[in-house]
Ligand binder design. Sequence first.
Ligand code: ATR
Length: 276
Amino acid sequence: MDRYAVIGNPISHSKSPLIHTGFAEATGQAMTYTAIEGPLGGFAAAVDRFRAEGGKGLNVTVPFKLDACAYATDLADSARAAGAANALKFDGSRCLAENFDGIGLVRDIVHNLGHPVHGRRVLLLGAGGATRGALLPLLAQQPARVFVANRTVDKATSLVQEFLARGAPPSLEGGGYADLRPADCFDVVINATSASLGQELPAVPPTAVAPHALAYDMVYGKGLTPFLTLARQAGTPHLADGVGMLVEQAAEAFVWWRGVRPDTTPMIERLRVPLN
Ligand code: ATR
C-alpha cells in the first residue's frame, strides 16, 4: 500500500491524517497516511528514512517548511515564491516540492465562499510566510489592487519589491497599517498574520473593510478572532476562518499525488468550528 504522512514538530494537533484518510476512503485510493514527529534539526534524516521505507509523499508543517525547500531537488514556482514547501513527492532520486497553501486559499475564497477576486481590491495583513505563499495565486486572479500591510513596514515594502522585480503587476503595493487612508477600502481582507493565535488584533483601520467585504482569517478553529470581530463591527456579514483553506490545500496535494480530486465539501463541514 502506498504510504504518505505529514511531518512537523509538534504534530499531534494535525488534521492532515484525518483529512487524507477521509479523501482516500471517499475516492477508493489504496494508501496510508500517518503523522511523523520530526526531530528538531533532523528533518532530512527523518525524510530519508520515510523514503527508504517506501514513502511516496509528505505534507510538511511547522517548523520544517524551509527545510523542505532545501531538501527538494525540484521546486515548483509556488514553493520558490513562498520560500517554503508544504508538500513533497518522491520520484526515484528526485524530490519535488510544492506549496499549496495559496491555491487552497484562493479556491476557498472563490469557489467555496463565492467571492470573486478578479477585478476586486484585496488587502493582505502580514508579510511573513503565509503572505508569501498567498501572493502568486491571488495575483493570478487579476485583482484590481493588492495591498500588503504589515506591522514591520520594511518587511511589507521589501516583500512587494521582491515580487515586483519578479514580474508581479504594479497593482501590488505594500506599507504599514498607518498608510491605509479612509479612502482605501477593500473587497477581500485576509488576515495572514499570526496575531489571532494570541487573540491579538493587527492595527487595520475598520474603514479598510468594505461593508460587503469578505473578511478571511487564515487561522483555523479559533472562533470569532479579534480580526473577524473588527470586520463584523465594520459592517460585513461575510466572515470566514481557514478551515476551507486547510482542506483545499490538502485536496491539491491529494490530486498531485494520486491524480484524483476528492470532494472537499463534506470534509470542510466535518471540521468546521462555529465562528462564535
Ligand atoms: P507566518 O509564516 O505564519 O506568516 P511569520 O513569517 O512569523 O509567520 O510572520 C508572522 C506575521 O504576523 C508577520 O507579518 C508579523 O508581523 P511583523 O513582521 O511585524 O512581526 C505578523 N504578526 C504577528 N503578531 C502580530 C500582531 N500582534 N499584530 C500585527 N501583526 C502581527
